[in-house]
Design a protein around this ligand. Structure first.
Ligand SMILES: [Zn+2]
Length: 222
């Protein structure tokens, strides 16, 4: 008989901050830092409320802008580093990139270390294996390239993974129960399988890792 699996909740917010480290400050105009290019407007507020409410066993949030380095991209993905690196001379750019890479690695390593140890069997007699449920909290700009996005909340997951399909549906139903007028869409405005933190963790930890990203329309915060 299959035992009920213990679910271990983790919450993360990669694009929480629009801060820049001192070495990168001169590269980005101050007005850009106020925009969705620099961070997920409103995501940190929602994330911190969820942390208080849901008391996850592990949580973390980015402390620098994604223009410094995008924590939700593989470090070898060209888009991990923004075009603002071109504002620096070559030597400075490579020094700052090294600093950004170290920061990225530290962030990713902390999450992977927790998941790895949480999934290790504590005793040989353990009848059920725990499962990680990871919610990544993000937000998206209400208008991109002149097109208005008329979705309120997007739920991103990998449609080939049954547990993620199931959990995405549960989250959607719960949002609709609480807020019937909310427009909720699956895998919008991005695909859950694009390069990102959840995609990396799925590959690394397999079916005992369940990763969902919640994308909230920034119109609620602007
Ligand atoms: Zn984001």
């Amino acid at each position: 008989m299959k035992q009920t699996e213990r679910e271990i909740l983790i919450l993360t917010c990669e694009h929480a901050s629009n801060k820049l480290p001192a070495a990168f400050k001169s590269a980005v105009p101050a007005e850009v830092l106020k925009t969705h290019r620099a961070y997920d407007i409103g995501a940190a507020q929602v994330f911190r409320k969820l942390v208080k409410f849901a008391k996850p066993e592990f949580y973390c949030e980015g402390k620098y802008s994604r223009l410094f380095v995008d924590l939700n991209r593989t470090i070898t993905n060209k888009s991990a580093f923004s075009e603002y690196y071109e504002q620096l001379d070559k030597a400075t750019a490579s020094k700052v990139k090294a600093q950004a890479t170290a920061y990225w690695s530290e962030y990713r390593a902390a999450i992977e270390k927790f998941v790895d140890s949480a999934l290790k069997p504590k005793t040989r007699a353990a009848k059920s294996e725990p499962e990680i449920v990871h919610l990544g909290i993000h937000s998206f700009t209400p208008e991109l390239n002149g097109k208005v996005r008329n979705t309120d909340i997007g739920i991103l997951y990998d449609p080939s993974r049954p547990q993620e399909c199931e959990l995405a549906q549960v989250i959607k139903d719960e949002i609709k129960r609480l807020y019937p007028a909310m427009k909720v869409r699956f895998n919008y405005p991005y695909k859950g399988t694009s390069d990102g933190l959840t995609t990396t963790l799925r590959k690394k930890f397999g079916s005992r890792y369940v990763g969902i990203e919640i994308e909230i329309n920034q119109k609620f915060f602007l």
